[in-house]
Write a protein that binds this ligand. Structure first.
Ligand code: SF4
Length: 686
C-alpha cells in the first residue's frame, strides 16, 4: 500500500486555503492538514476538511454523452468533438456564447476566453463573477483604477477597527475570519452590519441590523457624521484624492443625517454615531464586504461608497486598512484576471483598445479575432435567449450551473431551452447539463495541475493527486483538443498547464514575473511585473492606479431596490449561503459529512412576523414573489430583522432563485439577489 500527500488549494471559497490530499494506491481518500500552507497555516473550515468526499462519487461523469431522441447516449471523444466542431462551424460568431468557470484554474479560464475569441471569433464570453462581484471590478476600478481587494488577508489581523458590511465572514470565509479574531485579540473593534444576526454578527463589538438594500444611505450617513465632527483625514484627501467637494455636496444633505438614515435603514442613530467615531478615530481601519454589497441593482454604487468611506478616513495603502471585497468562488479573481469577461483580455486589457487587439493577434498568431466590441454578459445572454429567441443559437458552458444559480430560474430555463445547440462540460450531471445536446466529462481539482488566484490576489498551485475517473479529461486538455479540431492546432498546442501559464505570464502585465517555480511554495500576489519582483500584498501605497495617481471620490445618492415591498408582497427577501453547502451543491451535496449537517432548505422569518402570519417553526409555508412560489420549511427566529426573510440558494428542492428578481445593475449587469418583494402564506390543508 502506497500513501502519499499532495499539497494543493481548496476548490471552494476565495480564501485559498492549502491542504494535503491523502492518496492511497493512486486514489484520494482524505484531506490532511498542510501546516505551512501560506493562507491558513494548516487550519480548515468544514468544506475544506471534507473536500475529498465528492471526488470519487459514483455520480461522476466518465464518458462523453450525446443526446439522441431526448436521451443521452455514450459516445467517444472523437464523436463528441466532431459533432461540436461541425455545429460551431455552422453558426455565425455573434450567434454563439461561452461561459467559463470560476471553479476551474487560471489556465482553463485563459484557454476558454482564447477559444471564444480565436476559434469561435465571438466576443460573448463571461462567467459567474457576473453574479457575485462584477460590481466590485467596475466600482473599485472607477475609484482606485484597480478592481481588486486592496490589502492582504494577513494584514486584516493588524487592523484596529474592522467594519464588516454585507459579509458573513465567519460562515463564508471562515479562515479570513481568523484574521478578524486576531485583530480583536489585539484590541481592534469590530462593527458588523447585517439584516441577520449571523455567526459574524455575534463577534461584533457593535452589531447594526438593517433593512437589506439601504447600504448607500448608511455609508453616506457615516461619512456625513465623520465630516461634521471634523474627523476626515484632511491630509490624505488633499494629497491622494480628487473631487472631495463633489462628495461633500451629496453626503452632507439632510437625507443623510443620522436621524434620517436611521429611519431608512432601521439602525439606531446612536449606533451609527458610534460606528462613525470608531472608524474615523482608529489608527487603522479596514472595511470588509461581500455579496451583501455587490448583489444589488445599485451594486456599483454600493462598492464606490465603501471606497469613498475608506478614502475619507485615509485608510488605504497601509497595513490593516483597505477596501476588502471577499470573492466567492475559489478562482473568481483568477477567472476575471484571465479575461473570461466580455470586455477585457487577460490583465484587464480592454477589447475595444486597438493596441491591445493588435498585441493579442500577434501573441496568438492569428489575423482575425472576435470583433473588438464588448460581448454579452451572462445575464444579458440569458435575457436575450428568453426574450429574443433565435439571436443566440449555440452555447458552450464549462463548469457552471445557471439552472440553479441564476435569478428567476424559470426565465433562465426558458432561455436555455431556446438554444439550438448546448455543450456542457462538468464533473457531474447538473441541472444545466441535463438540458445539453453534448455533455463532456471533466476532471475535478484533484485530478489536474494548474493555478488559482485567491481573493487577496495570491496566485497558488493546484497539484494532481489522482487520475480522473473513466474517460474524463482536464478542462485545459478538452479546450486544447477542441481548439485544434476547430482549425487552430498551433494556438492550442499546449502539452501541460505550465506551458499555458507561461503564455499567460507573457501576455498579462500583472502576471509577467510569475512562473510555476516562483509560485512554490507560497504563491505570489499580483501585480508581479518582473521575474525579480516579490509580488504586491498591499495596493495603492503611494499612488492609485489612475493616470494622475489620484483616487476619485464618487458622490452617490441612495436609491431603493428595484422591487420594494407593497401590500401584496409585504416583506423583503434576501438570499445567501450556509457554512455546510457550496453554491448549487454539486460538490457539497455529494459530501456526506457536509450534506448531513444541512440537507434541506429553509426560510428564516422573524418571530413577530411569524406570529402575525400564524406560522410556527418548522411548518412548511409557501413563499411567493412575482416570479414564482416555493414550498419551504419555516425557521422562526429573532436572528433576522423584522420585515426581512432569508433563503439559502443551494437547494434544488427549495430553489431560492425561483423567487429572485433578474433586475440588473446598469453598469455591472449583476442581478439583485439580495432584495426583492416576497409574501409568505400558510399552506391550507386539503
Ligand atoms: Fe476552503 Fe474557504 Fe474553507 Fe478555506 S475557508 S477551507 S478556502 S472553503
Amino acid at each position: 500500500m502506497e500513501i502519499k500527500y499532495v499539497s494543493t488549494t481548496c476548490p471552494y471559497c476565495g480564501t485559498g486555503c492549502g491542504f494535503n490530499l491523502v492518496v492511497r494506491d493512486g486514489r484520494v481518500f482524505d484531506v490532511g492538514h498542510w501546516q505551512r500552507a501560506p493562507v491558513n497555516g494548516g487550519k480548515l473550515c468544514p468544506k475544506g476538511r471534507y473536500a475529498h468526499e465528492f471526488i470519487n462519487s459514483s455520480d461522476r461523469l466518465t464518458k462523453p454523452l450525446i443526446k439522441k431522441d431526448g436521451k443521452f447516449v455514450e459516445a467517444t471523444w472523437d464523436e463528441a468533438y466532431d459533432l461540436i466542431a461541425e455545429k460551431f462551424r455552422s453558426y455565425k460568431p455573434a450567434e454563439m456564447a461561452c461561459l467559463s468557470s470560476a471553479r476551474t484554474s487560471n489556465e482553463e479560464n485563459y484557454l476558454m476566453q482564447k477559444f471564444a475569441r480565436v476559434a469561435l471569433k465571438t466576443p460573448n464570453i463571461d462567467h459567474c463573477a457576473r453574479l457575485c462581484h462584477s460590481s466590485t471590478v467596475a466600482g473599485l476600478a472607477a475609484v482606485f483604477g484597480s478592481g481588486a481587494m486592496t490589502n492582504s488577508i494577513k494584514d486584516i489581523g493588524e487592523s484596529k477597527c474592522i467594519f464588516v458590511l454585507g459579509s458573513n465572514t465567519f460562515e463564508q470565509h471562515p479562515l479570513i475570519a481568523r484574521s478578524i479574531v486576531r485583530a480583536k485579540q489585539n484590541g481592534g473593534k469590530v462593527i458588523v452590519a447585517d439584516p441577520r444576526y449571523t455567526p459574524t454578527a455575534r463577534q461584533a463589538d457593535l452589531y447594526m441590523p438593517f433593512v437589506s438594500g439601504t447600504d448607500v444611505a448608511i455609508l453616506n450617513g457615516l461619512m456625513q457624521e465623520i465630516i461634521k465632527s471634523g474627523r476626515e483625514d484632511k491630509e490624505f484627501i488633499q494629497k491622494r484624492t480628487k473631487d472631495f467637494e463633489n462628495l461633500k455636496e451629496v453626503v452632507m444633505k439632510e437625507d443623510y443625517s443620522l436621524e434620517n438614515v436611521s429611519k431608512t435603514s432601521g439602525i439606531p442613530a446612536e449606533s451609527l454615531k458610534q460606528a462613525a467615531e470608531w472608524i474615523a478615530t482608529a489608527d487603522v481601519a479596514a472595511l470588509i464586504y461581500s455579496m451583501g454589497i455587490t448583489q444589488h441593482t445599485t451594486g456599483v454604487d454600493n462598492v464606490k461608497s465603501t471606497a469613498n468611506l475608506m478614502m475619507l478616513t485615509g485608510n488605504l495603502g497601509k497595513p490593516g486598512a483597505g477596501v476588502n471585497p471577499l470573492r466567492g468562488q475559489n478562482n473568481v479573481q483568477g477567472a476575471c484576471d484571465m479575461g473570461a469577461l466580455p470586455n477585457v483580455y487577460s490583465g484587464y486589457q480592454k477589447v475595444t483598445d486597438e493596441p491591445a487587439q493588435k498585441k493579442m493577434k500577434e501573441m496568438w498568431g492569428v489575423d482575425e479575432l472576435a470583433e473588438g466590441r464588448v460581448g454579452y454578459t451572462v445575464t444579458e445572454m440569458i435575457n436575450i435567449l428568453a426574450d429574443r429567441p433565435g439571436e443566440l443559437k449555440a452555447m458552450y458552458i464549462m463548469g457552471e450551473n445557471p439552472m440553479l444559480s441564476d435569478p428567476d430560474i424559470q426565465h433562465a430555463e426558458e432561455g436555455l431551452r431556446n438554444l439550438e445547440f448546448l455543450v456542457v462540460q462538468d464533473i457531474f450531471m447538473t441541472e444545466t447539463a441535463e438540458l445539453a445536446d453534448v455533455v463532456l466529462p471533466a476532471a475535478c481539482y484533484a485530478e489536474k495541475d494548474g493555478t488559482q488566484t485567491n481573493t487577496e490576489r495570491r496566485v497558488q498551485r493546484w497539484r494532481k493527486a489522482q487520475d480522473p475517473p473513466g474517460e474524463a479529461k482536464p478542462d485545459w486538455q478538452i479546450l486544447c483538443e477542441l481548439g485544434s479540431k476547430m482549425g487552430y492546432p498551433e494556438q492550442f498546442a499546449f502539452e501541460s498547464p505550465e506551458a499555458v501559464f507561461n503564455e499567460i505570464a507573457a501576455v498579462t502585465p500583472s502576471y509577467h514575473g510569475m512562473s510555476y517555480p516562483r509560485l512554490d511554495p507560497d504563491g505570489l500576489h499580483w501585480p508581479c511585473p518582473t521575474e525579480e519582483h516579490p509580488g504586491t500584498a498591499i495596493l495603492h501605497r503611494e499612488t492609485f492606479a489612475m493616470p494622475d495617481g489620484l483616487g476619485v471620490f464618487s458622490p452617490i445618492e441612495w436609491k431603493p431596490a428595484a422591487e420594494v415591498p407593497d401590500a401584496e408582497y409585504p416583506f423583503v427577501l434576501t438570499t445567501g449561503r450556509t457554512i455546510w453547502q457550496w453554491h448549487t451543491g454539486t460538490m457539497t451535496r455529494r459530501s456526506w459529512s457536509l450534506e448531513k449537517e444541512a440537507p434541506i432548505g429553509w426560510i428564516e422569518i422573524n418571530t413577530e412576523d411569524a406570529e402575525a402570519l400564524g406560522i410556527t417553526d418548522d411548518e412548511v409555508v409557501r413563499a411567493s414573489t412575482r416570479r414564482g412560489s416555493v414550498d419551504i420549511p419555516a425557521k422562526v427566529t429573532d436572528e433576522i430583522i423584522k420585515g426581512v426573510m432569508f433563503i439559502p440558494f443551494h437547494y434544488k428542492e427549495h430553489p431560492a432563485n425561483k423567487l429572485t428578481h433578474n433586475a440588473l445593475d446598469p453598469i455591472a449587469k449583476i442581478p439583485e439577489f439580495k432584495a426583492c418583494a416576497v409574501k409568505v402564506e400558510k399552506i391550507e390543508e386539503v
